[in-house]
Design a protein around this ligand. Structure first.
Ligand code: PFF
Length: 453
């Protein structure tokens, strides 16, 4: 079989493009949909403090590890491990990442489809005059209908594939550079609206005044899990994006900027949502429906709610899109480089295959509800296995690989661009990737499996 021509590999064209693309991957439904409700369920401020500690001490080093592997090898995750440690089974970790990408995109695109429905409903003024019960019924009947969630999901996958089809520089980078600033502007406008609502201060107190008596082992581990999911760690997305980073760019600064951007947006999402939740006397621990039931309820009660709802769901769609492209890219890079399928064909094949699995996922939430394992249907099984099993396992082996197997000098060489940049805290970084991060990830992993806690 003919081999992929690596000398002609696509790459990012600018520093700002790299940051926009990688931040686009990290900033997603995890920040705007998941972070507020997980924080809400876990005590608000106390959760935030622990989350921030994990982001700084564990998140940045793990992200830097992924970039290091990717840029060193200039390959997809499977090819990267095989190139860096030939003849050893490390490539299985890359393969697991690609499988995780496949599964994650299948269920993530289900929720991404919901965001399009809710954007449509906000345009059509669909929340207006509805009671909380009616909004709940609206969400449930949308899911039960099957057809509309599938249509929206297919449309979302089409947009995702369209961008990936155009390539790294002309697709991912170009759209990230347009969409990420737009996302920032939208969330800031929504935050300003939210904090100026009467009673908003209670929401800010909830988010920023930590009540340390609320800290439990569960909160600590939930915060760590959220940090991984939010930063897109553990499945090869950042290895893939790292492989498109030029040899001159500073990986350390990129990892810090991306982590800072992701955290900033998560906090802004909290600032956008909690003041509104408190201003309207709603329980902040509403769970997964916080964004799809609680917020429409708030929008339709507040002045100008039509406009705010529209901005909010547009924000969600954009956040989801820059994340779904990063996940599809993992699979496409693998298909095109390892199976030597032309990139455009690889995009079509990967998108169709993932959409088929994704549609089954969506239907498993509606008309084809059929518990597979315990009470979990396909959606739940994929979400569970990828987020709770494959991600932590992948993250664990990635840091072990960089800490113990890649070679300290190679790591230093890559992180410092062959000594060009002074890397402060290098020894600290090595301690984290060798010991602290693997232990922390192992704890989350065992907890998720129900062995701990
Ligand atoms: N980080 C994304 C979010 O917060 O929504 C989700 C995600 C993307 C998770 C890519 C994992 C991944 F590899």
């Amino acid at each position: 079989m003919a081999k992929f021509d690596f000398s002609n590999r696509d790459s990012f064209g600018s520093k700002i493009g790299i940051i926009a693309a990688a931040a686009g991957s990290a900033i997603g439904l995890g920040n705007i949909w998941r972070f507020p409700y997980v924080a809400g369920e876990n005590g608000g401020g106390a959760f935030l403090v622990i989350y921030l500690a994990f982001i700084i001490v564990i998140g940045i080093p793990v992200m830097l590890s992924e970039f290091t592997i990717g840029r060193r090898a200039q390959r997809n995750p499977f090819g990267a491990f095989r190139l860096l440690k030939p003849g050893q089974p490390w490539y299985l970790i890359g393969l697991m990442g690609i499988a995780a990408a496949f599964f994650i995109l299948a269920f993530y695109s289900t929720i991404a489809g919901w965001t399009l429905e809710y954007l449509y409903q906000s345009i059509a003024n669909g929340f207006s005059g509805k009671s909380p019960e009616e909004l709940t019924a609206m969400f449930n009947s949308f899911q039960a209908s099957g057809i509309w969630p599938v249509i929206w999901q297919v449309i979302f996958m089409f947009f995702t594939a369209f961008i990936i089809y155009r390539g790294v520089r002309n697709g991912i980078e170009k759209y990230a550079k347009i969409l990420m600033p737009l996302l920032l502007v939208l969330i800031i406008i929504i935050c300003i609206r939210s904090v100026t609502l009467p009673g908003a201060v209670d929401g800010l107190n909830f988010l920023f005044r930590p009540d340390f008596s609320k800290i439990t082992p569960k909160i600590i581990l939930e915060a760590l899990g959220q940090a991984f999911f939010s930063l897109s760690i553990g499945m090869g997305t950042l290895i893939t994006y790292g492989s498109y980073i030029g040899k001159k760019d500073n990986l350390n600064n990129t990892a810090i900027s991306v982590t800072a951007a992701d955290t900033f947006i998560a906090i802004l999402a909290g600032i956008a949502i909690f003041p509104a939740v408190f201003a309207f006397n709603i329980n902040p621990a509403e769970g997964e429906s916080l964004v799809f039931i609680t917020l429409p309820n708030i929008f339709q009660q507040m002045p100008g709610g039509y406009f705010w709802g529209l901005l909010f769901f547009l924000l969600l769609v954009i956040a989801a899109l820059t994340s779904t492209i990063s996940v599809l890219e993992v699979v496409v890079a693998f298909f095109s480089e390892e199976l030597n399928i032309n990139r455009k064909t690889a995009t079509i094949i990967a998108a169709i295959a993932i959409t088929i699995l994704g549609v089954c996922c969506t239907l498993s939430q509606g008309p084809l509800q059929n518990p597979l394992i315990g009470d979990k249907e396909l959606f739940g099984v994929l979400e569970w296995t990828s987020a709770n099993l494959l991600l932590p396992l992948g993250g664990f082996f990635i840091v072990i690989f960089v800490g113990w197997f890649l070679g300290k000098n190679n790591v230093r060489d890559e992180v410092s661009n062959s000594g060009k940049y002074r890397v402060r805290f290098f020894s600290f970084f090595m301690v984290i990737v060798r010991i602290l991060a693997p232990v922390a990830i192992a704890l989350v992993f065992l907890y998720q499996l129900g062995i701990l806690g």
